[in-house]
Write a protein that binds this ligand. Structure first.
Ligand code: ADP
Ligand code: MG
Length: 259
């Protein structure tokens, strides 16, 4: 279970969650995407209904609705499932505050949801470090941080890492920052390669070898309710996410072998 987190908006969290999940499902894995952003972008990209009134992650967190009752199969993508987010979820950030176990409500919902064994669960976080992101970090084993290869990319990162550490100490000892993925890489600029080098020198092996290039296909796919994997499988973006998914799968296999 990976939480895809970065409190910056527009760094590729949703694009990464959706396309890694799609890539892994196309290799025969059962994969769930939990949309934890009130904007519902992951739900849109996975063609999963998230109009107002649709039972969503909101009811799971706030009203204790079982997760199994909101998870939907993604159309035309065998093995891929989505737990949609509706706009109500914006209110959850505040409504959760007085609740018992407010930081671990997603963890509890996921733990009670073992009927549909998944190989991978991706949690697509909102662009903040509020209670929703804390719920994601309390539930997951791994944190995946997408970093946009732009100026300012590293700003705010220490705050994010501090939060990971706080959650690890207080809520979830098994949490690890396992994966960093460089996104929106523009090979024509020196800045992009400088940012990439800096991230690699800081984070070493945590950074995947695969780098996601800027690709207009990646930004077009969601408007067709598709991942880029089906929208344009031969595009540079699709191939890069396929490669990143392969790396993640190999790492998981290596970990399983080691334990
Ligand atoms: P976040 O979830 O972190 O806010 P998104 O995944 O929604 O970020 O990406 C922000 C915007 O950038 C979206 O419009 C998305 O389609 C676009 N985008 C994401 N990754 C790429 C990429 N590698 N190349 C081009 N556009 C991208
Ligand atoms: Mg997003």
């Amino acid at each position: 279970m990976l939480t895809v987190s970065n409190q910056k908006g527009g760094v590729g969290k949703t694009t990464t969650s959706v396309n890694l999940a799609a890539a892994l499902s196309m290799h025969g894995q059962r994969v769930l995407v939990v949309d934890l952003d009130p904007q519902g972008n992951a739900s849109t990209a996975l063609a999963t209904d998230h109009r107002a009134g649709t039972p969503s992650v909101y009811q799971v967190l706030v009203d204790d609705l079982p997760l199994s009752s909101i998870v939907k199969p993604v159309p035309d993508m065998p093995g891929l499932f989505c737990a949609p987010a509706t706009l109500d979820l914006a209110g959850a950030e505040i409504e959760l505050v007085p609740m018992v176990g407010r930081e671990t409500r997603l963890k509890r919902a996921l733990a009670a949801f073992e009927s549909m064994e998944f190989d991978y669960i991706f949690i697509d976080c909102p662009p903040s470090l509020g209670l929703l992101t804390v719920n994601a970090m309390a539930a997951a084993q791994e944190v995946l941080i997408p970093i946009q290869c732009e100026y300012y990319a590293l700003e705010g990162l220490s705050q994010l890492l501090q939060n990971v550490e706080l959650v690890r100490v207080h809520l979830n000892q098994t949490l690890a920052l396992s994966t960093i993925l460089l996104t929106m890489y523009d090979g024509r600029t020196r800045l992009a390669s400088q940012v990439a080098d800096e991230v690699r020198s800081h984070f070493g092996d945590t950074v995947l070898d695969s780098v996601i290039p800027r690709s207009v296909r990646l930004s077009e796919a969601p408007s067709y309710g598709q991942s880029v994997m089906t929208y344009d499988p031969g595009s540079s973006g699709a191939m890069a996410y396929m490669e990143a998914a392969r790396e993640i799968a190999y790492r998981a296999a290596a970990l399983a072998g080691a334990s």
